[in-house]
Design a protein around this ligand. Structure first.
Ligand code: FUB
Length: 450
């Protein structure tokens, strides 16, 4: 799993360096093709999943993550996979989820097992974290092309765009799972999509991965340009169907992956640019990782050049340790993995001696008095050490974890806490014997005086 390579990275680069990095934002697995959605005050991030050691886009499932502060990301597992679509055989590639009238619609490209063509499927759920079901039982649209993005205009008209090598759109009906008219091509002119040299069959820069949105009355299409390797560029238009004008590069070629895949949201008054690269150890073109940067639009609405960083976006607000927090809410980690929990949601697993999880910007305020954790162990258990600001920083508590007789046999352990005041990065350092020690489902501090 990716976990071992993260451990290796830490060993190679010294822990503080790795611990200060917040990009890529997911380290437990390789992720690709980010598609964020802001809903009810939370950012939900829909991604693909590159398999460990992959040598092609052998992708079998999609994943969901969420955050309220852009640095601590909660793992919601995989509520959508190839098996959701009975007619799909392979290629769980780049999709996007949109919300309308109480439902979440997840548009994805997959291979149709009967025709062999790439097609666009749509899954639906009443929750942003699923479970999602195939809305149709067959492709929504099929023409051998990929990478759907959906945009709902102010007048309620929804548009589905997709394509590689061409760029298509169709008007979705209000049910979001059918469309009116026939798919049409957006003309790929050099005026609209820039000039590619040396490729007569693809004269413009448009490659794949469109992401369409509207800001201050202007329509934007941000896309992956000129494979390979790709850079990120964009075009703008006065209407959702054009005419488009090429506006230039957003993210130059960089980052150890020959594809890139853009998405943009505003959240809590700040603009964010998501992308992927090969930055994790073992990373590359088929073992990618999702990252995020904060940016400001220029006053004329153009988008500045954005470069990849390892620091990522700043934290928005703080994390409250006095409410239940999921163990799979992570800013950075070394060595752990996640799985579905018998108690619902996810838990972290494969915790071995010396593994750790960082949670950023934890607001202890006047002080914590005790700590509770929900744990399970089919082995001998171990310890949860609570450290401030670095993995070997001030230790404010240690909770022993017993054997519970099973990896999903849960009990709650408690321990006193001293010296946790103010706001700090909190490191859970796991110690014990050899092999897997225990699983962790959630944790919560109790404030002094309560
Ligand atoms: O992840 C598989 C494919 O790679 C996506 O569909 C493309 O956008 C590229 O990122």
């Amino acid at each position: 799993m990716v976990a071992w390579v993260v451990t290796l990275l830490c060993a190679m680069t010294l822990l503080p360096t790795a611990a200060n990095a917040d990009n890529p934002i997911i380290q437990t697995i390789y992720t690709a093709d980010p598609a964020p959605l802001v809903h009810d005050g939370r950012v939900y991030l829909y991604t693909g999943h590159d398999e460990d050691g992959s040598t092609y886009y052998t992708m079998k499932e999609w994943r969901v993550w969420s955050s309220t502060d852009m640095v601590n990301w909660t793992d919601h597992g995989s509520p959508l996979s190839l098996s959701t679509f009975s007619w799909a055989s392979a290629d769980a590639w780049a999709g996007q989820t949109v919300y309308r009238n109480g439902k979440f619609y997840w548009y994805v490209p997959v291979k149709n097992r009967t025709s062999g063509a790439m097609a666009i499927g749509v899954a639906v759920s009443t929750s942003p974290t699923g479970p999602f079901k195939d809305a149709l039982g067959h492709p929504l649209v099929e023409n051998w092309e990929i990478d759907p993005t959906v945009f709902i205009d102010d007048d309620g008209q929804a548009y589905l765009y997709w394509g590689n090598p061409r760029l298509w759109y169709v008007k979705l009906n209000a049910d979001m799972i059918s469309y009116s008219g026939s798919p049409a091509q957006i003309p790929l002119t050099t005026q609209g999509y820039g000039t590619r040299t040396g490729n007569t069959s693809r004269p413009t820069l448009f490659e794949e991965a469109p992401w369409v949105f509207k800001r201050n009355g202007l329509y934007y299409n941000v896309f992956a340009a000129e494979c390979c390797s790709e850079f990120i560029a964009y075009s703008t238009a006065p209407s959702p169907t054009g005419p488009w004008t090429y506006r230039g590069t957003i993210m130059p070629r960089q980052g150890a992956s020959f594809t890139n895949h853009p998405s943009i949201i505003d959240y809590k008054g700040v603009s964010y640019f998501f992308y992927h690269n090969g930055a994790l150890p073992g990373g590359g073109g088929f073992t990618r990782s999702v990252a995020v940067e904060k940016f400001n639009y220029n006053t004329n609405g153009t988008i500045p050049t954005i470069n990849m960083t390892t620091t990522g976006a700043p934290q928005v607000g703080t994390l409250d340790p006095y409410v239940r927090q999921e163990a799979e809410t992570i800013a950075w980690e070394s060595g752990v993995e996640s799985e579905a929990s018998s108690e619902g949601g996810m838990n972290i697993r494969q915790i071995e001696n010396g593994d750790w999880v960082k949670v950023k910007g934890v607001a202890f305020g006047a002080g914590a008095a005790s700590f509770n954790a929900r744990v399970a162990s089919a082995a001998n258990g171990g310890n949860i050490e609570l450290h401030l600001d670095s993995v070997n920083g001030t230790r404010v508590g240690t909770c022993g974890v017993p054997s519970t007789g099973g990896w999903q046999t849960w009990t709650t352990v408690s321990c006193p806490v001293n010296g946790a005041t103010g706001t700090h990065d909190l490191y859970f350092k796991y110690t014990g014997g050899s092999g897997a020690l225990f699983n962790l489902n959630w944790w919560q501090f109790q404030a002094a005086g309560n």
